[in-house]
Design a protein around this ligand. Structure first.
Ligand code: AMP
Ligand code: ZN
Length: 405
């Protein structure tokens, strides 16, 4: 039996159900795809002694695993089990289920119209490539946007995967590179700036996504955030009662004052579902996790949610979808912020310079403003401003990691 990520091989006795094999390995069945010769297996499938099985983690940051069951729609043998719906699907019906969930998400939040130009932020991971694939299949005008973060081999593989996906489908990929276009990469930013690596990476992504969408004339920017991402973020925001971030955790943020509309069409689908979709569609994606993300607080929230989900399937969906249906209106956005153009780059900000330009100046050791003007009276803390300046921030800076000073 082959275990991937980390790559290791373990010999185990066959003649058992996947469920038992995973139990022996201490793996939660809801967090892995179990693959035998390009075929997906479910918890009740049996493996023989001679089988070579790949266990591919789908949850960022950990592994946990999950009859020959029958497809709910067509009664063929099932390949994917969705415990929270108490359902299983064959490959074709599962692909249809995923597309239906995306269509439902788009319709319930009026995310975009068939005539809109969509820019899909693609990281090379399963979620964003699955999203791009679905939107293209549904005949939307969807281009991709890849941002090179300069994280060694991880970024190179991600770029390669995004490019070859685009080439295969004859789709257009917009490419931005932090080092080439802005003079720094994420590892350097983490070392030199006052913010944690994940915080400055998140800030750079939001900045570049918005700028590329505005400058490229796109109507909307779409990201691959899934149900697991959103539930973990909501958990973090709720634990701190960050009511302003909670209020912003909507699957659609409307266009306003220089900010492009932002949508998350995968918010109804779990990480296991997007991984199974990508696999069944033959999408080559980067399985490995960003090497800089270790210890990231959000991963711990995902693990906590997965533990609850393993004993009570449906917890994640109840938590996040229940929030959207019943609690979100209670957190309606309170304070109106006045946005002006950044004196350096023109992107919207609450101050003279936007959070990205300030972070960049610090990393490149450039001076943006007169030292006398630093720490203007009544100024809020830098971290808070960072979070607010881009207006779509949904997670407090602390979640990305403690800023170093
Ligand atoms: P993450 O912030 O890594 O959880 O990614 C959330 C979403 O941001 C992904 O689903 C993508 O839509 C987008 N994204 C992340 N990294 C990149 C990247 N390097 N280039 C373009 N889009 C990205
Ligand atoms: Zn700026």
């Amino acid at each position: 039996m082959k275990l991937r990520n980390p790559d290791r091989e373990v010999e185990l006795a066959g003649g058992r159900k996947i469920h038992d094999v995973l139990g022996e390995l201490g793996i939660n069945p809801d967090t892995v795809l179990v693959i035998r010769e390009r075929e997906l297996l479910t918890r009740e499938d049996r493996v023989g002694d001679a089988d070579v099985i790949e266990i591919r983690p789908v949850i960022s940051g950990g592994a946990r695993t999950g009859n020959r069951m029958k497809c709910r729609r067509c009664k063929a043998p099932a390949v994917v089990e969705i415990r929270r719906h108490n359902a299983a699907f064959c490959g074709d019906c599962f692909l249809r289920y995923v597309r239906e969930q995306v269509k439902r998400a788009i319709a319930s939040y009026d995310m975009f119209e068939p005539s809109d130009r969509i820019l899909v932020a693609v990281s090379g991971g399963k979620d964003s490539l699955a999203l791009w694939d679905v939107l293209l299949q549904l005949d939307y005008h969807a281009d991709g946007l890849y941002l090179g973060l300069g994280i060694g081999g991880y970024s190179e593989r991600s770029h390669q995967v995004a490019r070859s996906f685009a080439a295969k489908r004859d789709a257009h990929l917009v490419e931005v590179d932090l080092a080439r276009d802005y003079g720094f990469d994420v590892p350097t930013a983490g070392r030199r700036g006052s913010r944690s690596t994940c915080a400055v990476c998140g800030l750079s992504k939001r900045y570049v996504f918005n700028r590329a969408a505005r400058e490229g004339g796109y109507d909307v920017i779409a990201t691959g955030h899934n149900l697991d991402d959103e539930a973990a973020t909501l958990l973090g925001n709720t634990l701190r009662w960050q009511t302003d971030y909670i209020a912003r955790q909507s699957p659609v943020l409307p266009e306003e004052d220089g900010f492009a509309r932002k949508v998350k069409p995968l918010y109804r689908l779990s990480e296991l579902e997007t991984a199974a979709f990508a696999f069944l569609r033959g999408i080559d994606y980067v399985v490995e996790e960003c090497p800089l993300v270790a210890g990231n607080t959000q991963l711990r929230y995902k693990e906590a949610m997965n533990q609850l989900e393993s004993t009570s399937p449906g917890t994640k969906a109840q938590f996040f979808l229940g929030y959207l249906d019943r609690a979100a209106p209670l957190f309606a956005m309170q304070d109106e912020v006045r946005l002006v153009g950044c004196e350096r780059c023109g992107q919207p900000t609450t101050g003279r310079f936007c959070a990205f330009c300030r972070a960049r100046a610090q990393i490149l050791r450039e001076r943006l403003e007169d030292p006398a003007e630093r720490g203007s009276p009544g100024g809020r803390s830098d971290d808070r401003e960072t979070a607010e300046a881009l207006a779509d921030e949904v997670m407090p800076v602390e979640i990305y990691g403690t800023p170093r000073r």
